[in-house]
Design a protein around this ligand. Structure first.
Ligand SMILES: Nc1ncnc2c1ncn2[C@@H]1O[C@H](COP(=O)(O)OP(=O)(O)OP(=O)(O)O)[C@@H](O)[C@H]1O
Length: 229
């Protein structure tokens, strides 16, 4: 699967956040958008998934795709329990299977004991984990994540990153994520787009074509680290 953005223009009033921007996404590796706060990364992905309007340009390949989107903020329904929040995105699936899916992903994010709780009974990090579980349960054709692990404890973060890497090897879906964390990039990403802005620009793009379970040689990885600092 290949997704393309061509000559994209997007502004908020007089603020031109994206101007004549081009980028391609493929399913042959995990894509990372790496850039400073405020350069326009969230605006770009909100535009790609149709949450933001844009003035000009072509967005090719996203239409009619089911998209799992992990937002920066949890966006849970406050009046629904944790399990109901996940069930809400599971359509056309038989009831027995729905319970299995809910339990599978709540166990993955280590929140199975909290499924009858409401969002306001959980901490911010726990709510973020629910929103990760919800996105995985939805199982879209494209997975997009906006700083999904920000503020999470190292142990659970590693479990979730390993899950995403395995998920990508299994499904070979397009996976795009935003992060500010260099170690996370070196551990998880294949195609790295280093961005600046505003307006949003690609400073450099490079590929780490080392298999994920073979990235522990510090000297090799430092070569890539230097491209990110
Ligand atoms: N709804 C909005 N209305 C007006 N301006 C906005 C809106 N959303 C974002 N902006 C502005 O657009 C610019 C890009 O914001 P955006 O959130 O896309 O950046 P970002 O790279 O994702 O930042 P961060 O890494 O901090 O999330 C910023 O100057 C921001 O103030």
């Amino acid at each position: 699967m290949k997704l393309q953005v061509k000559n994209l223009h997007k502004s908020y009033g007089n603020l031109q956040v994206i101007s004549n921007f081009n980028i391609d996404f493929s399913s042959d590796g995990i894509h990372c958008l790496f850039g400073p706060s405020g350069c326009g990364k969230t605006t770009l992905i909100n535009t790609l998934v149709g949450l933001c309007s844009y003035e000009k340009g072509n967005i090719i390949g996203f239409k009619d795709k089911r998209i799992s989107y992990i937002f920066q903020e949890d966006r849970l329904l406050p009046w629904a329990t944790i399990e109901e929040n996940i069930k809400f995105v599971l359509e056309n699936i038989e009831k027995r299977k729905i319970d299995e899916i809910v339990d599978k992903y709540l166990s993955l994010v280590d929140l199975i004991d909290f499924k009858k709780c409401y969002p306001n009974e959980l901490s911010g990090g726990m709510r973020q984990r629910v929103s990760i579980a919800r996105a995985f349960a939805y199982d879209g054709d494209i997975l997009i994540m906006d700083e999904p692990f920000k503020g999470l404890h190292f142990d659970i973060k590693k479990v979730l990153i390993d899950y995403i890497i395995d998920y990508w090897y299994e499904k070979k879906n397009v996976v795009i994520y935003i992060t500010h964390d260099i170690d996370e990039v070196l551990y998880m990403a294949n195609h790295i787009h280093v961005l600046s802005g505003i307006p949003l620009k690609i400073q450099k793009q490079f590929t780490i074509d080392i298999p994920h379970n073979d990235r522990d040689d510090v000297n090799t990885m430092n070569k890539y680290r230097l491209l990110l600092v």
